[in-house]
Design a binder for this molecule. Structure first.
Ligand code: NAP
Length: 256
């Protein structure tokens, strides 16, 4: 069987770590030329180097998704150096779990940083690459969360929950607008996935981990590799008639 992403160029933000790195490797295994983007230049270049060492095709570029001008500059550089992309995965994201009634400066900084990266970043990168995506009848995949629907039962993450609701709204609105251009826009809703993003929580807050897992029918945390199949589905022609959707990869969290 032919590789699922042969002749595609796929840009992935936050590709230096966790879910983004796993998706980058999975896409490369299916024939895509990967453009690994991350604020952490070294981590992005390691992802690209691992892909090349495994026989795949990848380049990396440093990119802070909060910097709209930089996003446009990188999009032009990718077009000129690699080629026009046909797949964009908006994956870069952060989380902090401070209560809304915590120290005011902390709460304000959390709100600004989380919305700037998780929501404005999705806009900035998508907007910068939109001409390439329209030219190629491309596919956009936004990494949302179970918190695009629910606020986990802990006093935390109002900003994160808000940002992920925004990502889902952005997904649906853009899918509606770009459908006539043949551009498909979908989201993935991961549950609790073991990555550096939550390493500290896993190390210091077993009660919170238990809260997630008690509510997860499959009874285990996810691994970054658990996101590769859903991402391949949404990036490839397997999902040719799917747009404006969210595919949950949450061990069943949202089902109960
Ligand atoms: P991760 O391992 O921390 O990876 C995120 C990557 O994004 C890191 O390389 C990080 O760089 C990079 N990044 C941070 N700020 C950036 C910026 N301004 N511009 C570009 N890159 C930036 O996290 P992950 O768990 O794989 O998360 C990936 C996505 O999945 C996020 O959108 C997250 O919200 C979502 N998600 C994760 C889970 C989970 O349980 N892990 C659940 C639901 C949704 P630095 O390390 O240098 O900051």
């Amino acid at each position: 069987m032919a590789a699922l992403l042969q002749n595609h160029i796929a840009a992935i933000t936050g590709a230096g770590s966790g879910i983004g790195r796993a998706i980058a490797a999975g896409f490369a295994r299916e024939g895509a030329q990967v453009v690994a983007l991350d604020i952490n230049d070294k981590a992005a270049s390691e992802t690209a180097a691992e892909i090349r060492a495994a026989g795949g095709k990848a380049q990396s570029f440093a990119l802070d998704v909060t910097d709209h001008t930089a996003c446009r500059t990188i999009a032009a550089q990718v077009r000129d150096d690699v080629g026009a992309i046909s797949i964009l995965v908006n994956n870069a994201g952060i989380n902090r779990r401070n209560a809304f009634v915590a120290d005011a400066d902390t709460v304000v900084k959390d709100w600004q940083d989380i919305t700037a990266i998780n929501l404005d970043g999705v806009f900035n990168v998508t907007h910068a690459f939109i001409a390439q995506l329209r030219a190629n009848k491309g596919r956009v995949i936004n990494i949302a969360s179970i918190q695009a629907f629910v606020h986990v039962r802990t006093p935390s993450s109002v900003a994160y929950t808000t940002s992920k609701h925004g990502v889902l709204g952005f997904t649906r609105a853009l899918a509606t607008e770009l459908g006539k251009d043949g551009v498909r826009v979908n989201a993935i809703g991961p549950g609790f996935i073991e990555t550096p993003l939550n390493a500290q929580v896993r190390a210091t807050n077993p009660e919170l981990v238990k809260t997630f897992l008690d509510h997860t029918p499959l009874g285990r945390a996810g691994k970054p590799e658990d996101l590769v199949g859903p991402a391949l589905f949404l990036a490839s022609d397997l999902s040719a008639y799917v747009t404006g959707a969210i595919v949950m990869a949450d061990g069943g969290y949202r089902a109960i």
